[in-house]
Design a protein around this ligand. Sequence first.
Ligand SMILES: O=C(O)CCC(=O)C(=O)O
Length: 258
Amino acid sequence: MLTDQQRQDLDTLGYVVLAHFLSAEALREVTGRVEELYALEGENAGFEFRKEPGARRLANLVDKGGIFEKLVAMPPVLELVGHVLGGDFKLSSFNARSTDPFCKEAQPLHCDTGALLDERGYSVCNTIWLLDDFTAQNGATRVIPGSQTWKQLPQDALADPAAKHPQEVLLLGPAGSVVVMNTHAWHGGTANLTSTHRRALHIFYCRNDKPQQQYQKKLLRPETQAHLTPPLRQLLALDDPLNDQLSSVGFGASGFLK
Ligand SMILES: O=C(O)CCC(=O)C(=O)O
């Protein structure tokens, strides 16, 4: 059950931090699989979505391990996402992002998929799963609290969206925590001043009337699709004709944002 404080934080700040959400064992399993995938995929890692200078990326994670199928459908997280998006949402994409050691560049502030609050309300909500402690030195995500209501994109409002912003707050917390964030709020990764990677998962949800950032039906192998439970098929919009129409056109037949 959502607490009043969580509701209020999502409504006013735009985010909630669930500290130590994953057990130590689950965190080890997830981190182990993520490192295995970085090693296996090598130069190709992230190709289903995009590559990014200064960071390692993985994409299409529902297809890459049973542990990830569990993470997309965690009831306490879905309840918080549902508070932002209403009852009517689906998985948009599932990625990993790991800021490189000594990566000097902060990401520009952005809203996910460039989406603005519309007449139906909010349409995008991301969840950031901390696989390492997020500290003030290692590239923690920054967010401008309250900016989810501004109906303006940072690239249109700021001379330099990559510059430090006077209202920015760093999302800090121990490994195993999850941040649920209304990603109409301006946010982005920051520079990593340390000698180790800063690793995270991004499980991203969107309202059902929007295209998926990664078209699950196209990206998931048939053998993965065959064993998914009906609730998971629904969350991934595998049997939703509206999603087929939106996602194959919205982000291209290959299923990822160009
Ligand atoms: O990994 C992070 O700290 C945030 C990344 C992000 O916002 C993005 O890649 O769109």
